[in-house]
Design a protein around this ligand. Structure first.
Ligand code: ZN
Length: 551
């Protein structure tokens, strides 16, 4: 196989894989795994070495999803240096395509259909340029998988030139829980123990895109943004609307809290000039089941919260502070509105005294443990089982558990209980203060300079891949104290989100994203740039491999 063939093969495989719907949480996730395995097994090297393809079925998964691995051991000098090349095989849903849903898995049909669709100027230009392939999963990231698959074939014919090893990994369930990557850690640890592999770094081929309108760069990311899901259970004092000034409305507290945190750039986390996006509210609800004329007694709010480098202790402190501010603002609002109203109405005003408080979950748990008469752990265990039957959403389950524990702790309203819920994605990047990491960074710069010149590409290097990705689970930069702050405020973490922090820490594999290039991932106009993704990207990866595995 020649390089040009690698490029056409990647294109062909992408088209075929887009045609296999593998929407997250559907049986197609199994189908795409089987397709990838079949392709890899058709490569002559793997026909001769069938045990170098490993299928790892996900634990107790009714959809029988699987990780697919292919291992290539170089024959030159046989060092243990190893590079992991990984991609996810699932896609997001297709509801956004509307009437075009029928053809979103057929890039040719979709291209024709799009000609008649209302498109923005930019999308129309891209469509007419012939430079893009459209379709669900085209840029995110079947083209990335396809490049790796074709590359596996290409490199399998050049093992004499490689001093070290390549592991190709194709993982399902990335778009929500990252289960594929999390379970693949066991396999990577096994190879480390049994074969003595030393992992240099991992390359994720997930999508890259312009970072602002008119951006002409291609980006390489030397790590991944972290994500937290801070949650607030709000306990107010309900009242009849006819005495609306006599309550402490949980909805009003929730509204203030959202206003204080949502899109607030004071929460952006800066690391070496790179800023994380501000928090975004993902849930805002009262806990009323039906209509009545009472104000809300309880509410529940949570946010997406990106992290670059800040410690979780600090973040927790800032969020608790925002909760306290919100509670005081509501207290003040009730006071001023009451005063104004009674004055206008010519009635006597007697202020109601409130002492609202914001608590961390860990404090509430401690209080509850002290108060409970009997076997607290047993009681909580039973409580969890009964709650889990009420709802399948893990965040709702955790909120109901927190509510229960707050009751035992005798937390008096008005109050807020703060906790973390899944997913938690660790952040990581390369640090120039650490020699080993600096070397990867310097080497990468050289390779990018070289290929940038050859191909006329203007590369930018960023610390953090800005979308959530599997790369989070290969290296964890949070120090122990920070992880402790998370675990302490994460109810029943061992069952609700058992992130194998120990395994990640012991592997600690620098996790870079090089990636496909295109636009509008997760939108119905998703499209991959053919020239870069099938033309330049395979050459870039080949160069990286040769540079690091001494060919
Ligand atoms: Zn992706």
């Amino acid at each position: 196989m020649e390089l040009t063939e690698l490029q056409t093969e990647s294109y062909r495989l992408t088209k075929e894989m887009v045609a296999i719907p593998s929407v997250n949480g559907t049986p197609g996730e199994k189908d795409i795994g089987i397709y990838i395995e079949k392709y890899l097994r058709s490569i002559p090297y793997f026909t001769e070495h069938p045990t170098e393809i490993v299928i790892q079925k996900l634990q107790s998964d009714p959809l029988e999803r699987r990780n697919v691995f292919a291992i290539l051991e170089g024959k030159k000098d046989r060092s243990k240096k190893t590079i992991i090349l990984h991609g996810h095989t699932d896609t997001v849903g297709v509801e956004d395509y509307g009437l075009l849903k029928e053809c979103c898995f057929d890039s040719d049909m979709l291209k024709e259909a799009l000609k008649e669709a209302p498109l923005s100027e930019e999308v129309r230009q891209d469509l007419e340029s012939g430079q893009y392939m459209f379709g669900r999963g085209s840029v995110d990231m079947k083209s990335g998988d396809a490049v790796f698959m074709a590359l596996a074939k290409y490199m399998s014919e050049r093992l004499d030139e490689i001093d070290g090893n390549l592991i190709f990994a194709f993982n399902p369930v990335e778009e929500n829980m990252h289960t594929g990557m999390i379970e693949s850690l066991d396999f990577l640890l096994k190879l480390k123990q049994e074969r003595g592999y030393e992992y240099l770094f991992a390359l994720n081929n997930d999508y890259t895109c312009p970072l602002y309108v008119g951006d002409k760069h291609n980006y390489i990311y030397t790590g991944a943004v972290g994500k937290l899901l801070p949650c607030f259970y709000i306990k107010g004092k309900s009242t009849h609307v006819g005495q609306c000034l006599e309550g402490f409305d949980a909805s009003l507290v929730a509204a203030r809290l959202v206003d204080n945190i949502n899109l607030n750039t004071e929460f952006c986390d800066e690391y070496e000039g790179e800023y994380s996006l501000p928090p975004a509210v993902l849930k805002l609800t009262d806990l009323k089941d039906f209509y009545n004329v009472q104000t809300a007694q309880e509410a529940f709010v949570y946010f997406n919260y990106f992290v670059h480098d800040e410690s979780i202790e600090n973040i927790t402190r800032k969020l608790i502070n925002a909760a306290e501010v919100s509670l005081s603002e509501v207290k003040y609002r009730i006071k001023t509105s009451s005063k104004d109203y009674y004055q206008k109405a010519g009635m006597e005003y007697t202020p109601i005294k409130y002492d609202p408080k914001a608590y961390e979950y860990s404090e509430v748990l401690e209080k509850a443990r002290k108060n409970y008469q009997g076997d607290f752990e047993k009681y909580i265990g039973e409580m969890i089982l009964s709650i889990n039957k009420k709802t399948s959403d893990v965040r709702e389950q955790m909120m109901l558990l927190v509510k229960e524990i707050a009751q035992i702790a005798r937390i008096e309203a008005p109050a807020m209980v703060f906790f973390y819920a899944p997913p938690y994605c660790p952040h990581n990047t390369l640090h120039k203060e650490i020699d080993k990491e600096k070397k990867i960074l310097d080497d990468m710069r050289l390779v990018l300079q070289e290929i940038g010149k050859e191909e006329g590409v203007n590369y930018g290097i960023c610390h953090f891949y800005p979308s959530l990705s599997d790369s989070s689970y290969l290296k964890i930069d949070d120090p122990e104290t920070s992880i402790k702050a998370l675990v302490n405020n994460f109810p029943n973490m061992k069952d609700y989100y058992p992130v194998p922090i120990d395994k990640i820490s012991s592997l600690s594999i620098p996790a870079l994203t090089i990636g496909t290039y295109g636009k509008d991932a997760h939108k119905w106009t998703e499209r991959v740039h053919k020239g870069y993704t099938f033309g330049v990207l395979p050459k870039l990866i080949e160069k990286i491999i040769k540079y690091n595995l001494g060919a």
